[in-house]
Design a protein around this ligand. Sequence first.
Ligand code: MN
Length: 166
Amino acid sequence: MKKLSIICLSLALIISAAAMTVQAKERKGNDMKQIEVFKNGSIPSAKGPEAWFTGPVRVDSVMPNGHESNISLGLVTFEPGSRTAWHTHSKGQLVLITSGIGLVQQEGGEIIEVHPGDAVWFPANVKHWHGASKDVGMTHYSIINLNDNNSVEWLEHVTDKEYNNK
Ligand code: MN
């Protein structure tokens, strides 16, 4: 009886091993997609256009445009006092503060100070701006889902009066 159990167990192991081999072969097939590593520094830094920003702003894209994820992921660095113009995102935007001291504001709302580790969701079509504090720069990741033609509508610059209303 014991011998029969061992034979059955051995047989089961052989069958499952064979099944795993088939699965492994299927996984290695040419159709299998590969993980992608976006190497830091592989995309040149870009200057934030003056039409869209006040003050020096650097944009470092993390992923190439047109990636299948349909996510735009960029690291945006604002020098002290630098900020975006007022704008809206048709499908919203998530930003994650990674360094410095930042400011965010939606139209009609208070200026809110944000710090590293804070994340901010700007809902679709809510007019807003984001930028650095007056004396300390700020860097944030910008995460935008590009599905359904997510677009940015750039509006007027944030005046010094608006910026200093804190
Ligand atoms: Mn925005």
